[in-house]
Write a protein that binds this ligand. Structure first.
Ligand code: HEM
Length: 131
């Protein structure tokens, strides 16, 4: 197959260690973001980090760790209890951009990761912008 030896984002990030480093950099940034942090006020952040590590591993082309443990991701449904506005999606992606910077992920991989995550982030929007 023509694309069979094309590197996945998972591999480009350095596999398990790279995804773990990114996710561990991401949530402290999220918790400092004034739009996002209230939504994680009741969260066990270590548990969220672990789930995000499992999910992004498979989302970026690695082993299906999240589905093996939790079944079909249904990620939009899992975000339905959050009134998710375009501003929240932008804030989430901006935090991810900062996490990519902090972990030293170079361009163009940095942009490829953000582009890949933009699709679900905007897809999860379920509430219009606040006036
Ligand atoms: C668009 C803005 C987003 C917001 C505001 C947001 C917010 C949240 C919140 C509040 C939780 C619940 C945390 C808890 O269980 O205590 C959560 C869970 C989660 N989010 Fe997001 N999220 C966003 C986008 C994304 C994106 C783009 C992805 C991945 C592509 C993602 C993946 C996850 C995962 C894997 C979980 C854990 C699901 C589970 O309970 O098994 N989120 N998110």
């Amino acid at each position: 197959m023509a694309n069979s030896n094309q590197e996945t984002i998972y591999e480009a990030l350095g596999g398990a260690g790279g995804v773990r480093k990114l996710v561990e950099a991401f949530y402290p940034i999220v918790l400092e973001n004034e739009l996002l942090s209230p939504h994680f006020a009741q969260s066990d952040i270590e548990d969220v980090i672990e789930k995000q590590y499992l999910f992004l591993t498979q989302f970026f082309g690695g082993p299906f760790l999240y589905s093996d443990r939790y079944g079909h991701p249904m990620m939009r449904a899992r975000h339905m209890h959050i009134p998710l506005t375009p501003e929240l999606a932008e804030a989430w992606l901006s935090c991810m951009g900062q996490a990519l910077n902090r972990t030293g992920v170079p361009s163009p991989l940095r942009e490829a990761v953000l582009e890949r995550l933009s699709a679900p982030a905007y897809h999860f929007i379920n509430t219009p912008s606040k006036e």
